[in-house]
Design a protein around this ligand. Structure first.
Ligand code: ZN
Length: 320
């Protein structure tokens, strides 16, 4: 859409219309999961706001639009934490000075916070005080996965725009266009991404992904049946992959979910479609109560990660 990779065209049309009709607001929260390219939506919206031809914004041909596309437009500011881990009060005070300076050559000056999770509470408080009455030209966009993690006072002042996951057909298109070589696990990828096409990028880049997924399946029968023969291997695996235990447990959980679906004959919801035969044979061996039992233990094990329990203890808890 206008040369930006966007999955929410209708939503963007509405936002662009508001720019053309001069009814846009000063502060937005763009909420939705990472991998929906909400950053692109914010960039496109910003380019419309700073375009020199309001009636057809973003016209794509004015100097402002060209700069916006190249991310060099001085009136679109991408706020990042720089060397720090978070965006704190100090950074917001710097911004305060910047906001006071009029736009270079546009009607608006747009500030995009690409990860709202990085805004500290102190920063949000400064934000509120500073921007209680923002200058006419200033527009703020905070992108965040879960808006409820922001202060209520921010939420009440910003216009919340929700970006929902898209249909599987959009993900299919995305994979075909970007990763035509992904034929074997195509159906799996579509289902695993759950309507968030950009998740594929991470999976494809991640060399370990497939190894972890395969290993989780390999250990699954022993876990379900409390077979202690493989306890040592499993502990070693957890120890080696201690940084990725959460994902391994996610794989286990999704496999179990798939087995229950297969046992119930609901095949169209199965995620690991490329492992159907193995899952079917595991499902035939164990009854649903064994499966549910390991699901419960997996959920509990997920909570243990948050409490910094050792990998060995988590492995033991899982039943080996
Ligand atoms: Zn333009």
């Amino acid at each position: 859409m206008y040369g930006y990779e966007i999955f929410h065209q209708e939503l963007m049309k509405t936002l662009i219309q508001s720019v053309r009709k001069d009814t846009s607001s000063h502060a937005y929260i763009f909420e939705g999961p990472k991998g929906l390219f909400i950053e692109n939506c914010a960039s496109l919206f910003a380019s419309a706001l700073v375009c020199g031809n309001q009636d057809t914004a973003p016209c794509g041909s004015c100097s402002s639009c060209i700069e916006s596309k190249a991310k060099t437009n001085p009136d679109i500011i991408y706020v990042s934490p720089g060397d720090r881990k978070t965006i704190g009060a100090e950074k917001m005070r710097e911004l305060e000075e910047d906001v006071a300076i009029k736009p270079f050559n546009s009607k608006h000056k747009v500030y995009i916070f690409e990860d709202g999770m990085l805004l500290t509470e102190a920063a949000q408080n400064v934000f509120l005080k500073t921007f209680e009455e923002p200058p006419e030209y200033a527009v703020f966009i905070i992108i965040i996965e879960n808006a409820s993690l922001l202060l209520d006072t921010i939420l009440s002042r910003f216009t919340l725009i929700n970006f929902s996951p898209v249909s599987n057909s959009v993900t299919e298109e995305y994979i075909k266009n970007h990763y035509p070589e992904e034929k074997e696990r195509f159906d799996f990828l579509v289902r695993y991404c759950g309507g968030v096409p950009g998740r594929v990028d991470k999976i494809v880049e991640d060399e370990e992904f497939e190894n972890l997924r395969t290993a989780a399946l390999d250990f699954l029968p022993s876990l379900i049946s409390h077979d202690r023969q493989r306890a040592f291997d499993f502990e070693k695996f957890f120890e080696e992959k201690r940084e990725r235990i959460k994902e391994i447990l996610d794989f286990v959980f999704i496999y179990l979910r798939d087995i229950v679906l297969i046992q119930s004959g609901v095949y169209d919801k199965v995620i690991n479609v490329d492992k159907l035969d193995i899952l079917r044979s595991i499902g035939a061996k164990y009854n649903p109560s064994n499966i549910i039992n390991l699901s419960d233990r997996t959920i509990e094990a997920q909570k243990m990660i948050g409490r910094y329990v050792s990998p060995k203890a988590i492995a033991l808890w899982l039943g080996l």
